[in-house]
Structure formats: C-alpha cells, structure tokens
Design a protein around this ligand. Structure first.
Ligand code: NAD
Length: 400
C-alpha cells in the first residue's frame, strides 16, 4: 500500500485526485489537503469582484465531490520536505507520503512595488474578490455623504487576462450601481505597462477589445509603468519616464501572480514560487514528487519557454500527474506532459469576448467568444466535479 498525498484543491489538485481514484492501486491511501472545504473556480473571480455573479455559483464543496475513498483534511500546508517525504500542516500532525502531488496554486504578486500591499486590492481568491466588490459598492453608497470625487474613480492596474475580464464585467455592473445609489458616472482607468494588451491574440482581436473599452468609457492608459500605490493614487511613468498619477479611492491590483509562498518557504529552487519540473512533471531527483499548476514551470515541446499558467493547462497537468503515479505503482515508465491548446478566450462581460480557436487563424469575438468561454467552464466543472454541479453552477442560463 502507498500513501498518495495531493496538496491543493484547485484546478490541478481536484483533477489529480479525481484521476488517482482510477489510476492508483485499489489498496492505496488517497489524501487531499486544502485550507478550505470549498473549491473555487478561480477563472471567474473577476465576476465576483464586479458583483455580476453570486459567489456561491463559483464554489463547490470538496468533500461531497471527491469520492468515498479519498480522505480530505482541511488545513493549511506550511512546509514540504521532499527529503523527509513529509508535509507540515498548521493544525494537524505532519503527514508522510510515498507519492506527492504539489498543487498549491497562485497568489497575487506585488513585485516589490511600493505601497501595493497596503493600498491596492488584490483579487486572488474568493475572499479578496468579494472585498473588491464591497469596496466599490461602499464608495458609491457613501458618495452622497462624502462628495469625494475620488470615490467615483476606479483604477485597474494591469491589462492581463484578469484586468481585461474584470473591466468587461465592470461595464455591466457599474451602471446598475450608479442607478441604485444615484451617483454621477464612475470613471474607470486601466494602467498597463506594455504598449499593447493581451499579446497572445492577433491585432484585430486586440483592437476589438480596445474598441469595446472605448465604447464603454473605460480609459486604457498603455505604456504606464506603475511605480507606487498610495491610499488615494496610482503613480506611474510613461514611456518617456515622465511621472504621472491617477487619483482614485478604489485601486485594484491585477498586475500578475506568483506561485504559493509555501514553495519558497520550503526551500525549493524556484522563480516567483514556480519550480521547473521534468518533462513528466516530476521534481528532478524526486520521481515520487509531481508539481502541477501555478507552482510549476513546465517547458513546452520547444524547450524554450514554459507553458502559460492557465486553468486548462493545470487541469491537464493534474490528470497527467495522476496517470504517471498510476504507472509508477505498476512498475511502468511515466509519460511526458503534452498540451495542445484548443483555444483561448477572454470574456468582455457576460455577452461579449475575444478568442482564438485552435490557432490565430480562427478568431472569434462578440457573443460566440463569450459562449465559448461558458462551454470551457462547464466542461471543466463536469470533468472535475459532477454532472449535478454543472446543473447547479454551470454558466448557461438554460440550466436554471
Ligand atoms: P498577467 O501576468 O497575465 O498580466 C499582468 C499585466 O500587468 C500584464 O499585462 C503586465 O504587462 C502588466 N504589468 C506588470 N507590471 C506592471 C506595472 N508595474 N505597471 C503596469 N502594468 C504592469 O496576470 P493576470 O492577468 O493576473 O493573469 C495571471 C495568469 O492567469 C496568467 O497566466 C493568465 O494567462 C491566467 N489567466 C487566464 C485567463 C483565461 O484564460 N481566460 C483568465 C485569467 C487569468
């Protein structure tokens, strides 16, 4: 009998534990650890932050979907010692393992920029995303008393996927909040260091997204490199190194993420808390340890750059780790991880979006792109949870 321990109930960990029930030997002991008993569909956090979705719709109860043979331990992982094959937890006794799947996910990254930790609002989990929405709503609610114009200004820092998708949702929710609290229009400004947005998409789709923002009065300040965040302003340099500032009482931080801090705390060789793994997702010199999702850097077949850190790739990696552990349990060799993207989509509100199916040759925009994103979300729910979860939490209204 072997103890197989999965750390993290995010996309990668949930997929790994689901597949381990098929790939592990019948006598193996399967354990999943997460600090929360809820799995969060983190690709939808921007909807919680903008207030366009009920937070309960993007979470589901881990113990009720993992299957009877898995032991679930709700606790925070504080340290992983691969030399001792031991994991330290905040409350429970340490756990030892024969095989480990390390899938502890991401956290918001401040990149050491002054004032970010104290003054900007991250949105890297359910709690912080709810805080963003409550903050926005309270600024509008009390504007009648404060008459502080900066209460009606929102800065979104970073125009990556998260920033762009959040801006898209805000174009839906802000008009409703303005009407509810009878405020003048809210000014939304996005500050992005690069001269363009979303470089993975072709120019026509990028232009489509920029036109969407212009149509909805979202101001995109490109080439704006943020140097400091104060309680009431974002300070940045333009391409000519001239300093500027945008005053706002709501400053949302979507400038990028790093892997879990447990990686650095445990002494792994890492960059931004990501560990470079072998082609089969195992840790060098530790064939019993598999690292997947946002804590891993997996080189793509060119060997020149890692795969991007997306939920779809985390799901595929969790599955491959489970298959490789199953192979090792049967004395077989492991397979290299390979991922062929079937498409990338960024939503621009519930009804609009941009995406590419298979390659840059097949761009989609508007409602078809947004529908495609819902299909991707529902498919991942189906593969990691249950059909009933899709019916209760799926994205298409026809389920409800
Ligand atoms: P990101 O790293 O993709 O984007 C951060 C943005 O902030 C970049 O455009 C960067 O140029 C900008 N930036 C960095 N430093 C800056 C500075 N000092 N001043 C101004 N701008 C600065 O981060 P993210 O959007 O949080 O996404 C994290 C990961 O999750 C990515 O890998 C992304 O692909 C993935 N993701 C995917 C989807 C999807 O597939 N629909 C959705 C959300 C997130």
């Amino acid at each position: 009998m072997a103890t197989i321990l999965v750390l993290g109930g995010g996309y990668a960990g949930m997929r790994a534990i689901k597949f381990l029930q098929k790939t592990a030997l019948a006598e193996d002991n399967l354990i999943l650890v997460d600090q929360s008993s809820l799995h969060t569909e983190k690709t939808n956090l921007h909807e919680v932050a903008a207030g366009t979705i009920d937070p309960a719709k993007i979470t589901y109860d881990i113990p009720s979907v993992i299957g009877k043979r898995v032991t679930f331990i709700q606790d925070r992982v504080t340290n992983v010692s691969v030399n001792d094959q031991q994991v330290t937890l905040a409350k429970h006794s340490p756990l030892t393992y024969d095989y480990l799947v390390l899938a502890l996910g991401f956290q918001s990254e401040s990149f050491g920029i002054k004032g970010v930790d104290d003054n900007a609002l991250p949105m890297d989990d359910l709690a912080t995303s709810k805080t963003v929405y409550h903050h926005i709503e309270s600024k509008l609610k009390y504007y009648a008393e404060t008459k502080d114009r900066n209460d009606l200004k929102i800065a979104v820092c970073g125009a990556g996927f998260t920033g762009i998708e959040l801006l898209g949702e805000l174009t839906q929710s802000l008009p409703k909040l303005q009407a509810k609290y009878q405020t003048p229009a809210v000014k939304v400004v996005c500050l992005e260091r690069m001269p363009s947005i979303l470089p993975m998409f072709g120019q026509p789709l990028r232009d489509y997204a920029l036109n969407f923002m212009a149509r909805h009065d979202v101001e995109m300040r490109l080439g704006a490199s943020i140097t400091e965040v104060t309680p009431t302003a974002v300070i940045y340099e333009d391409a000519d190194k001239q300093a500027h500032q945008f005053d706002a009482n709501t400053i949302i931080w979507t400038v990028g993420v790093s892997g879990s801090q447990v990686i650095a705390d445990s002494g792994f060789e890492q960059r931004r808390n990501r560990v470079v793994v072998q082609a089969d997702l195992s840790l060098a010199d530790h064939p019993e340890v598999f690292i997947v999702g946002d804590v891993a850097a997996v080189m793509d077949p060119t060997g020149k750059r890692p795969y991007p850190t997306t939920a779809q790739i985390a799901l595929a990696a969790g599955e491959q780790a489970a298959k490789n552990i199953g192979a090792l349990r049967r004395g077989q060799t492991t397979d290299a991880f390979y991922y062929q993207s079937s498409g990338t989509v960024a939503s621009l509100s519930d009804r609009d979006g941009i995406g590419e199916i298979f390659s840059k040759q097949r761009p989609v925009h508007g409602y078809p792109a947004s529908a495609l994103k819902k299909v991707i979300t529902d498919r991942s729910l189906l593969e990691s949870a249950h059909l009933s979860t899709v019916f209760h939490k799926g994205r298409f209204d026809l389920y409800h």
